[in-house]
Design a protein around this ligand. Structure first.
Ligand SMILES: Cc1cc2nc3c(=O)[nH]c(=O)nc-3n(C[C@H](O)[C@H](O)[C@H](O)COP(=O)(O)OP(=O)(O)OC[C@H]3O[C@@H](n4cnc5c(N)ncnc54)[C@H](O)[C@@H]3O)c2cc1C
Length: 460
C-alpha cells in the first residue's frame, strides 16, 4: 500500500505526539509511526515509571524513619515488589493510553504500527506500506547502551527497560554506572531492601557535577548503606544462575563485587542504526546521532530530527522543547533555536538535585569575575521542619552583570526550587530581582534570596 501525507513522524516519544497534534490542528495530514509502546522511553521505561518507583522507595524510607517524627508503626516495614510494580505499571499505562487516545482522535492523523525505515528522502517504509511526505520528522529516541565489557555476552544483565519487568527483590544489585539512571535505581532498590553496590569508572559519582555536589551525593548514598566503588577502570563481568560478579581494577577496595543481579546504566545510544538514514542521505555523527543545525534541520531539506536522537538533549523537557522550536519555526515563521535553551535537569534521588546553567567549574573556566553563594540545608527552616536536612544549595552569579550563571539545589524540593533560579535566568534579570521578591514562608525557595544576599567572590 502507498500513502501520501503532508508529514511523517517516526516515533512517538516526547516530541512526536505533540507535533502530530499541532500539525493536525493546522489542517495537515499526518502519518505517525511507532514500533513499540506509544510514549517511548519517558512514559514506559524512563521518567514516569522510575519516578513512580522512587515514590514507593521514599514511602518505605519515611516509614522506617517514622519514629523520628513521633509516629509509631507496629511491626516490620515491608516492601511488596509486585505491588510497587503494579502501581508503577498503572501510572505508565494511564499515560500511554491517554497518548494513544489523543493520537487516535486527531483529525487526518493515521497511526502506523511497525518499524519505519527511510526508502528515500521523502519515503518511509513500514512493513508493506510505503509512506510519502514532503516533511519528515525523526523522533526515534534512544536505548540503553550496552558496553563491550569482557564477559558481558555470557552474563545476564538488566537495563532500565528490563528493570521495569522485575517482580522480585534482588538480594544484591550491582549497578555499573554512577550517573543519573544508576543512582536512581541504586537508591530505590536499597530502600526496597536490596544490598546495592554502585560501580563507577570515573573518579566521582555524577562526574559532570561539581566535586562538592557529587561528594555530598556519595555521602548520602553511603549513609544509606549503598556501596560505592569509584575508579573502576577495567570492569569485566561473569556469572550466571543466581550470581553475577563484576571484576574491578580499582585503586582501592576488593577486586570483585558479587551480587545477584547486574544493572548496566552506562549511558544511552540513539535508535538510528536501522533507520535507513544513509539511503536518504541524512548525516549522522560517529556515535550515530542525527546531525542537526540550531533549528533541528538535518542535512536533507524537509527532514528534521527531534529528541534524544539528535544528541542536543537527553531529557523529556529538551525533546518537548525541540517540538516547540520546530513548530514555531515551521508554522509561525519563528526563529527559535536550540542554543536559546539553558541547560536544566534534575537527579531524582532523595533528596533530589535540581540543576540550572553552569557548574562552578564551568564558571571558573570562563575566566570572568563571578560570585558564589551557598547554604547548607541544615540552615533552611523548611528542611529542618520536614526532618530532611541533607544537601545544600549553591548559586553562581556574574559579578558585573549580576545575572545568575548557574545553580545547584541538592535538598528537599530541589527539583522544584531550581525553577525560581531558572526562570530568572530566562528573563535575563539581575539576581537582585529575586532578592526584592517576597517569598512564601516557610519554603526552601525563600532562602535563595538569602544566599544571593551573601555572595562572595569565586576563587578561580
Ligand atoms: C531510567 C530513565 C529515567 C529517566 N528519567 C528522566 C527524567 O526524570 N526526566 C527527564 O526529563 N528525562 C528522563 N529520562 C530521559 C527521557 O526519558 C528521554 O530523554 C525522553 O524520553 C526522550 O524522548 P524522545 O522524544 O527522544 O524519544 P523516546 O521517548 O525515546 O521515544 C522514541 C520512540 O520512537 C520509537 N522508535 C524508535 N525507532 C523507531 C523506528 N525505526 N520506527 C518506529 N518507531 C521507532 C521507539 O519505540 C520510541 O517509542 C530518563 C531516561 C531513563 C532511561
Amino acid at each position: 500500500m502507498n500513502t501520501t501525507h503532508d508529514a511523517i513522524i517516526i516515533g512517538t516519544g516526547q516530541a512526536g505526539p505533540s507535533l502530530a497534534s499541532r500539525l493536525s490542528r493546522e489542517g495537515m495530514s499526518v502519518a505517525i509511526v511507532e514500533r513499540h509502546l506509544v510514549g517511548g522511553t519517558c512514559v514506559n521505561t524512563g521518567c514516569i515509571p522510575t519516578k513512580a518507583m522512587v515514590a514507593s522507595a521514599y514511602a518505605a524510607h519515611l516509614a522506617r524513619r517514622a519514629v523520628d517524627y513521633g509516629v509509631t508503626i507496629d511491626g516490620r516495614i515491608g516492601v511488596d515488589i509486585p505491588s510497587v510494580k503494579a502501581r508503577k505499571d498503572a501510572i505508565s499505562a494511564k499515560s500511554r493510553q491517554g497518548l494513544e487516545k489523543m493520537l487516535n482522535g486527531l483529525e487526518k492523523c493515521d497511526v502506523f504500527r511497525g518499524h519505519a525505515r527511510f526508502r528515500s528522502a521523502r519515503e518511509v517504509a513500514v512493513g508493506e506500506t510505503l509512506l510519502r511526505a514532503d516533511r519528515i520528522f525523526i523522533n526515534v529516541g534512544g536505548r540503553a547502551a550496552v558496553p563491550k565489557l569482557p564477559g558481558i555476552d555470557g552474563t545476564p544483565f538488566l537495563t532500565n527497560s528490563s528493570m521495569m519487568d522485575l517482580s522480585v527483590l534482588p538480594e544484591h544489585l550491582v549497578v555499573v554506572g554512577g550517573s543519573y539512571v544508576g543512582l536512581e535505581f541504586g537508591q530505590m532498590f536499597r530502600r526496597f531492601g536490596s544490598q546495592v553496590t554502585i560501580v563507577e569508572m570515573g573518579s566521582a559519582l555524577v562526574g559532570r557535577e561539581d566535586a562538592d555536589v557529587s561528594g555530598a551525593i556519595r555521602d548520602l548514598l553511603e549513609e544509606e548503606g549503598i556501596g560505592v566503588r569509584l575508579n573502576a577502570r577495567c570492569i569485566t563481568v561473569s556469572g550466571g544462575g543466581s550470581k553475577v560478579t563484576a571484576h574491578l581494577e580499582c585503586t582501592e577496595g576488593k577486586p570483585a563485587v558479587t551480587g545477584s543481579h547486574l544493572l548496566l546504566a552506562t549511558g544511552r545510544r540513539p535508535n538510528t542504526d536501522d533507520l535507513g538514514l544513509d539511503v536518504a542521505g541524512i548525516k549522522q555523527d560517529e556515535r550515530g546521532y542525527v546531525v542537526v543545525d540550531d533549528q533541528l534541520r538535518t542535512s536533507v531539506e524537509g527532514v528534521w530530527a527531534l529528541g534524544d536522537c539528535n544528541g542536543k538533549g537527553a531529557f523529556t523537557h529538551t525533546s518537548y522543547n525541540d517540538y516547540e522550536i520546530v513548530a514555531a519555526n515551521l508554522l509561525e515563521s519563528g526563529q527559535r533555536r536550540v542554543s536559546d535553551r539553558i541547560p536544566a535537569y534534575a537527579l531524582y534521588i532523595d533528596p533530589p538535585l535540581g540543576r540550572a546553567g553552569l557548574t562552578e567549574a564551568q564558571v571558573s573556566d570562563r575566566g570572568r569575575p563571578a560570585l558564589v553563594g551557598t547554604r547548607a540545608m541544615t540552615r533552611v527552616g523548611r528542611a529542618v521542619e520536614k526532618g530532611e536536612t541533607k544537601g545544600f544549595m549553591k548559586v553562581l552569579v556574574d559579578r558585573d552583570s549580576r545575572e545568575i550563571l548557574g545553580a545547584s539545589v541538592l535538598g528537599t524540593g530541589g527539583d522544584e526550587v531550581i525553577h525560581c533560579v531558572l526562570d530568572t535566568m530566562y528573563a535575563k534579570a539581575p539576581c537582585d530581582v529575586l532578592q526584592h521578591a517576597v517569598n512564601i514562608h516557610p519554603t526552601v525557595s525563600e532562602l535563595i534570596p538569602t544566599v544571593l544576599g551573601d555572595l562572595k567572590p569565586l576563587q578561580v
